[in-house]
Design a binder for this molecule. Structure first.
Ligand code: AFP
Length: 333
């Protein structure tokens, strides 16, 4: 009989070689708990229409987006679960203007940055949505709250959960990117995609092309290039876009190609990005680089961006190394 696949908690102990350190125990505790929250969110999503959980609550969140009932529920569920770990100093969430502070102190406490239900505009059409998370070191507190800002390279771990036909959790602690599929009968995430490697070049690109008028000229020229037939070079690329970053990044990790959300350059003096750095762009960039891919804004490496605000926004072009390099070359022209 074939060996049964490793569970997420078993895998966490192999990744955190010595669980004897407090730091490693905290990381494993927080990631394990996020896995359990994800199993609960998957259940809730499956029953949302039946429990009158779809639709808006009214009002906007810290980023100015309309808030859905499941956004609020996902945030509250994440807060209580992380609080229970005793390893988390704060949660920076899309759904709260300020960090939600928790009891854990000490040098090894972690700050979690998360978008508990990302892509929530897909909820009402039964489309894929996700959870995105990142663990950063807590550097003590200032009067404004826990200090967890800084470079993307400061991230200790990052990952996402995709709620599709099956729920999948993908994470990295800086030792490769690994994917797990939820076994609904046990509520366990089981290792199905060890050491994911993104192809060096792909055949698809994902972008909201309705925004073409506001792109940087390099971005416009690059997408034009992707659409221009050249059989030998594998073009034209096909367009794939779901409106949920998790689903688009997941496809890109498995099949290669690109996921892009470039900034609005209508005012070249003040380019405006949409996606949030701490809990969308930086974690996905770490996941992608750890799978052998590349993540850039077109002008610089995403993981070198320094977060100075909790809900800061950043442009992103991520995916297959050769494809992202070509995008960067178009921006430099
Ligand atoms: P929502 O959570 O408001 O649906 O936003 C999802 C998201 O942050 C990200 O998951 C998508 O890639 C992106 O926005 C889609 O944005 P557009 O609707 O502007 O294409």
């Amino acid at each position: 009989m074939a060996d049964s696949p490793m569970t997420l908690s078993e895998h966490l102990s192999t990744q955190q070689a010595s669980l004897s350190t407090e730091h490693a125990r905290n990381v494993a505790a927080v990631l394990g708990r996020i896995g359990r929250v994800a199993a609960v969110i998957a259940q809730e999503l499956a029953h949302a229409a039946l429990r009158d959980r779809l639709g808006y609550v009214g009002g906007a969140n810290a980023s100015g987006d309309q808030v859905k009932k499941l956004d609020v529920w996902g945030h509250d569920t994440m807060v209580s679960a992380l609080r229970e770990t005793g390893a988390c100093a704060a949660l920076i969430s899309e759904e709260a203007a300020e960090p939600v502070e928790m009891d854990a102190g000490g040098t090894h406490a972690l700050v979690v940055c998360a978008d508990p239900v990302d892509g929530s505009s897909n909820l009402d059409v039964n489309g894929a949505v996700g959870t995105i998370f990142s663990l950063r070191p807590s550097r003590g507190k200032t009067p404004a709250g826990p200090v967890a800002l800084g470079r993307g390279t400061d991230q200790i771990a990052a990952g996402y959960v995709m709620y599709g036909p099956a729920a999948m959790l993908v994470y990295t602690v800086g030792q490769g990117t690994h994917g797990f599929t939820l076994a609904p009968e046990s509520g366990e995430f089981l290792l199905t995609h060890p050491d994911m490697r993104i192809p060096r070049r792909g055949k698809t690109y994902g972008i909201n092309e309705g925004n073409v008028h506001s792109w940087h000229p390099g971005q416009r020229a690059f997408v034009e290039h992707l659409k221009t037939p050249d059989k030998a070079a594998g073009r034209p690329y096909s367009l794939r876009y779901s409106g949920a970053m998790v689903a688009d990044v997941h496809r890109t990790l498995l099949d290669g190609g690109l996921f892009m959300y470039p900034a609005d350059w209508s005012d070249p003096k003040k380019p405006k990005a949409k996606l949030r750095l701490l809990y969308e762009v930086a974690p996905m960039a770490l996941i992608c680089e750890q799978a052998g891919g590349r993540a850039s804004t077109g002008l610089e490496r995403v993981l070198d961006l320094v977060a100075t605000e909790y809900h800061q926004r950043a442009a992103v072009i991520l995916g297959s190394t050769e494809d992202v390099e070509t995008a960067d070359a178009f921006y430099r022209r």
